[in-house]
Ligand binder design. Structure first.
Ligand code: ATP
Ligand code: MG
Length: 403
């Protein structure tokens, strides 16, 4: 009997990763995996060559670990493998053990060898282990469409054997791409936009503008709940809540009705920009999609953009609503997003808002507003909440202290 041990092997997409970048990337991925696997019974996460190994304790929850690894950004694929000594007898025996309990009539063995001192070449190992499995199980070899694949990886100190590859999300580990400030509204689109940026390795900080007491607190509760869901991939997440009612009041009394939404959005952008500086975010992110609503025509996007000093990223700009909805369902935000709430942007808004407001029109309308004072007022009312990552499901939590 040879000594064997179960563990997870995690592979990431390596394209373009070299030298220092690679170490930075791997360390961040390992760190995020530890966060994601809290309380699942793993004992150690360590980096080894091009992969990360998760060692398991005696009571490790394998199904739970699989579920969570499926949501960690930056993993290309992963497997639950068996480690054994790297000599051929141990490998054969372990491979046979790994096939126990699986029904198959055809099989293929594939070997990768990073230890070039191993006495057999990769094809020789595959052939020898394959012949042994065929002899012991009665299965046939099939190089093209095998029902069972058995992978063998040979390193200097050990051999790893597995029969199932699980697909990861891809992307990059959260934190390797800097920080962004996401304008999160409580609607369907902005959480999906956030998720896309998180997937590309950006750490998301959130900002939400609320109109309470003109509206109820539903948007606040929704935004906190959405942040809980996004924290499953973003981990510890900061949410900045900005009282917006007084600014809307000033816009409503001081400017022509058709421009209101755009003037709201320009005010939001100014304030978001200030918060971005505060938290060191290098870009703003919105859920805008081209021409989805009146405020999202090119002309109007340009009028909003004109205010910004840092890039406004719009990851959904080319997506159809149906595609965004599908994504929202996949990532688990759709249900919360579609709960009723009054959007602050729909407050005091005319039936036919301007679809082509010129910059000159907007700047003229803003002459009646004390922009600097309004921004200061919003900044004075700014509140910060921290959402810590947890896997306790997403029942709607009430937030008593949000306002
Ligand atoms: P969403 O589904 O994200 O609410 P939407 O289709 O309703 O988007 P708009 O209302 O025009 O579109 O808002 C466009 C974007 O502006 C939103 O995706 C979001 O990024 C930002 N935004 C709108 N309202 C708010 C708000 N109250 N707080 C923070 N950001 C907001
Ligand atoms: Mg909205």
């Amino acid at each position: 009997m040879h000594h064997t041990e179960e563990l997870f092997i995690i592979h990431y997409a390596e394209v373009g990763l070299k030298g220092k970048n690679r170490v930075f990337f791997e360390k961040r991925l390992a760190h995020n995996i530890k966060l994601a696997l809290r309380d699942t019974g793993y004992t150690e996460v360590r980096r080894l060559h091009d992969r990360i190994l998760v060692q398991l304790g005696p009571r490790a929850q394998l199904a739970e670990i699989k579920k969570r690894l499926c949501r960690v950004m930056g993993i290309a694929h992963f497997e639950l493998a068996c480690r054994t000594e790297n000599h051929i007898a141990a490998i054969k025996e372990t491979a046979l053990q790994q096939t126990q309990g699986i029904e198959f009539e055809t099989l293929k063995v594939e070997t990768k060898r990073s230890d070039k001192t191993f006495p057999l070449t990769s094809p020789e190992i595959s052939a020898e282990v394959g012949a042994y499995l065929i002899q012991e199980t009665g299965a046939r070899a099939d190089m093209r469409h095998p029902e069972l694949r058995c992978w063998i990886e040979i390193t200097q100190n050990a051999a790893y054997i597995y029969t199932e590859k699980l697909q990861g999300l891809g992307g990059l580990p959260v934190g390797v791409s800097g920080k962004v400030l996401v304008l999160l509204s409580g609607g369907i689109d902005s959480p999906v936009a956030a998720w896309r940026m998180i997937k590309r390795g950006a750490k998301a900080v959130f900002i939400h503008f609320y109109s309470y007491p003109y509206t109820d607190k539903a948007s606040l509760e929704k935004v906190m709940e959405l942040t809980h869901i996004l924290a499953e991939s973003n981990y510890r997440s900061a949410v900045y809540l900005v009282p917006f009612a007084a600014l809307q009041q000033a816009i409503v009394t001081g400017t022509p009705a058709p421009f209101r939404v755009l003037l709201y959005r320009r005010m939001m952008t100014r304030i978001a920009q200030r918060v971005a500086t505060l938290v060191d975010a290098e870009a703003l992110v919105t859920g805008e999609s081209l021409a989805q609503v009146a405020s999202q025509t090119l002309t109007n996007l340009r009028a909003i953009e004109a205010i910004a000093e840092i890039p406004i990223l719009r990851p959904l700009i080319g997506d159809d609503k149906a595609e965004i909805v599908e994504k929202a369902q996949q990532i688990g935000t759709f249900e919360v997003s579609t709960l009723p709430h009054q959007d602050c942007c729909s407050l005091f808004v005319p039936k036919h808002p301007a679809t082509r407001a010129s910059l000159a029109d907007l700047e003229k309308a803003e002459e009646n507003l004390d922009i600097a004072a309004l921004v200061e007022m919003a900044m004075d009312g700014l509140e910060k909440q921290i959402v810590t990552f947890s896997y306790f499901g997403h029942s709607l939590r009430r937030i008593e202290n949000a306002v």
